[in-house]
Design a protein around this ligand. Structure first.
Ligand code: UD1
Length: 350
């Protein structure tokens, strides 16, 4: 049997790996390596439980830190595991420091890298995620693009070999839990419909005090109740600057996958700087407003399902008061991405 090593480390990667690992384990031997980038139970363990992901075989427990130190610890730890286990291929997901560390460790040992969610670009080199995904794409042997747009982005950088549009694995993941979303979650927070959901965690919003203040003010100025599951990075920054939530905001702890999707499904709209949530919202039929200056997922803009509003309160109110979205978003995938990925990996190795 082929030996595949999968590297995960941060919350969205647990979601993305769930359907792929399941398909992979039917035909190959998978070693699951958790870098420990996310370590709190509500940022990690709860996702493994809900999504039925097996316990990681290796947990490097690198924890938090500055980019260089954190990525460096991962790189050294992953290399040791690669030396010991000599996998035929390494799978990495998305664009976190764990992604880059896994890709770099493997590429330096001439072990082929498969990058799931290849080809996304914001063309903003001040985003750590952009650096991580560009470098990962350039050392990967297999590049699994979620969308046609992602394939075009790679082609513009001269990357055409090993590229395949397979669809978005987050569609597969969402399909797996669609029947068991936690629809009662808003009521448990004492919130009745209509309500909004907001999340904020990107370094470009959270680490810049001016932008964080503007974002907090914007959420506090909205006419509907706003549930904000607060990422630990955001909580720490709020405390550092002495900022407080205001208006109709209810701040809650980070939620599990089925809780979060249940909350989003019942919401009037989602305001977020997350990449994954933009897609999850529109796939659940909830309008999204993206609190950034660009999106890596232009497909979601179709029919007005998603709107890039940055932190512009007037624009937010205009969209919320405007006509509802039309039609449906296409081009994100059919829920069969994981099967295609595994088939392609096996083909590549034979
Ligand atoms: C990381 C990714 C980001 C992704 C996000 C998903 C990078 C560069 N960024 O950002 O692309 O969208 O994950 O959530 O890889 N912390 C805890 N408990 C935890 C994890 C983190 O308290 O379990 C706190 C620590 O104070 C830490 C901070 O959150 O310093 C940031 O964590 P980090 O892993 O550096 O980046 P994220 O902001 O989570």
């Amino acid at each position: 049997m082929r030996e595949i090593l999968t590297v995960v480390g941060a919350r969205p990667q647990f979601v993305k790996a769930a359907p792929v690992s399941r398909a992979l384990r039917a035909v190959a031997h998978e070693t699951l390596l958790h870098t420990g980038q996310h370590y709190d139970d509500e940022m990690s363990a709860v996702f493994f439980d809900e999504l039925g992901i097996p316990e990681p075989d290796v947990n490097l427990a690198v924890g938090s830190g500055r980019h260089g130190a954190q990525t460096g610890r991962m790189l050294a730890g992953i290399e040791e595991v690669l030396v010991e286990r000599r996998p035929d291929l390494v799978v990495v997901y998305g664009d976190t420091n764990s992604t880059l560390a896994g890709a770099l460790a493997a590429a330096k040992m001439e072990i082929p890298v498969a990058h799931v969610e290849a080809g996304l670009r914001s063309y903003r080199r001040d985003m750590p995620e952009e650096i991580n995904r560009v470098l990962t794409d350039h050392v990967s042997a297999l590049l699994f693009c979620p969308t046609e747009h992602a394939r075009e982005c790679l082609a513009r950088e001269g990357i055409v070999d090993g590229v395949e549009v397979v669809g978005d694995v987050m569609v597969d993941a969402l399909d797996e839990v669609r029947a068991r979303l936690d629809r009662g979650i808003a009521a448990r927070f004492g919130i009745e419909e209509p309500y909004l959901v907001a999340t904020l965690h990107r370094a470009e919003n959270v680490d810049d005090p001016d932008r964080l203040r503007r974002a907090v003010q914007l959420l506090g100025s909205l006419p509907l109740p706003v549930v904000v599951p607060v990422h630990p990075r955001t909580r720490a920054a709020m405390e550092r600057h002495g900022f407080e939530w205001s208006g109709k905001v209810t701040a809650v702890e980070p939620l599990s996958y089925v809780e979060m999707l249940g909350l989003v499904a019942g919401a009037e709209a989602v305001l977020t700087d997350s990449g994954g949530l933009q897609k999850e919202a529109v796939l659940l039929g909830t309008r999204c407003l993206t609190l950034r200056t660009e999106t890596e997922w232009p497909e979601t803009l179709e029919g007005g399902w998603n709107t890039v509003v940055d932190l512009d309160g007037d624009r937010v109110r205009e969209v919320l008061d405007g006509p509802p979205p039309r039609g449906s978003v296409k081009g994100l995938g059919d829920g069969e991405a994981a099967g295609r990925i595994v088939e392609s990996i096996l083909d590549h190795l034979t």
